[in-house]
Design a protein around this ligand. Structure first.
Ligand code: DP6
Length: 327
């Protein structure tokens, strides 16, 4: 049919973290962030609009999920508004990785949805416009529009038109690898939006977090442009630990780690002390992402597999931004 399109997007992992919103309705962040887009994990999404249809039908990995369907409809509403239509859509989305395992499925999910939806409605949107729309559906999705190393600016404007992601460096220009240690498959306790909200209301460290982010972003940007692994390692671990310290200081404190998470972090540090180019980062969940030079990936995977409580270790390179695929 004519109003039908399919797109693929990959998750991204923040090295300099996004945590906190200056506007929850528009998903405007209090801080900028820097991420890497991955390559072997993906979301593939088909969107078909039907003019006479009045509702959306949403399937994720072949199943319907009411909470997710609500977010999908809210996201499609932004596209319908742009196109001036009220058509219902059929959306079918597949992930090749566990959705609830803290692997940023919302980032790849909403980047793919916005791209496929815009194509299905024949909206001619720039990457920057797609990034703004993806951001409104899930903050970190703004970054999955682009591949490689990506920065999402917090922006100044109240309407959010300048809170957009831009590419810093292609994946091929510095092809680091990432080992993902799965330490739990339970759905996460407290989602990012709720966690950020609690942090902003109750953590005494919120202002220090905001005040120090610009310097961290500059350090990471410089490290990426210079392909300086050691500098990127230090600033990335700092940003991760600072985000968790900020969240832990909330009331009640947010504890996203389990014992294996902590042990993996120690293992990564021990490897680096031995000269292996690797660093860790952890998001709002218990999985550990270890970023390393390509030559170190097998050693890093073996070390993480060896940690008690680690259930599985995936590995991936860095990849491209969102794109159209065959329907
Ligand atoms: C810890 O993008 O999932 O992964 O904007 O509420 O959808 P919403 O939150 P989300 O938050 C991601 C938080 C993080 C850090 C990051 O990816 O920068």
């Amino acid at each position: 049919g004519p109003f039908h399109a399919a797109s693929q997007a990959q998750p991204n992992i923040a090295l300099i973290k996004y945590w906190g919103k200056r506007d929850a309705a528009l998903n405007l962040p209090v801080v900028g962030s820097i991420s890497i887009t991955l390559d072997s994990l993906w979301t593939r999404t088909q969107v078909r609009f039907t003019p006479e249809q009045t509702y959306d039908r949403v399937s994720l990995n072949g199943r319907s999920d009411e909470a997710e369907a609500k977010r999908v409809t809210a996201c499609l509403n932004l596209l319908r508004e742009r196109a001036g239509v009220a058509w219902g859509a059929d959306v079918a989305s597949q992930n090749n990785f566990p959705t609830a395992a803290g692997l940023a499925s919302s980032a790849s999910g909403f980047a793919a949805l916005v791209h496929a939806g815009a194509n299905a409605l024949n909206l001619q949107l720039s990457d920057a416009e797609l990034s703004v729309l993806a951001r409104r559906c899930s903050g970190s999705a703004a970054r999955s529009i682009f591949g490689g190393y990506v920065e999402w600016a917090h922006g100044q404007r109240a309407d959010g038109t300048d809170s957009v992601a831009t590419p810093l460096l292609d994946a091929d220009a510095w092809p680091l690898r990432v080992a993902v240690a799965i330490t739990s498959t339970a759905a996460k306790q407290i989602g990012s939006s709720e966690g950020m909200n609690r942090t902003a209301r109750t953590s005494p460290y919120q202002s220090a977090w905001i005040d120090t982010q610009e310097a961290d972003l500059a350090t990471a940007r410089d490290a990426i442009h210079a392909r300086d692994f050691d500098a990127l390692a230090l600033i990335s671990e700092h940003s991760c630990l600072k985000m968790h310290a900020l969240a832990m200081a909330s009331q009640p404190g947010l504890l996203y780690w389990n014992g294996a998470t902590m042990e993996c972090m120690h293992r990564v540090r021990a490897l680096r002390q031995q000269g292996v180019p690797v660093f860790f980062t952890v998001d709002a969940g218990p999985q550990v992402k270890a970023v390393c030079a390509p030559s170190a990936i097998e050693q890093v995977k073996a070390a993480l597999r060896d940690v008690p409580g680690v259930l599985d270790v995936h590995d991936t390179g860095l990849g491209a931004g969102v794109r159209a695929i065959a329907k």
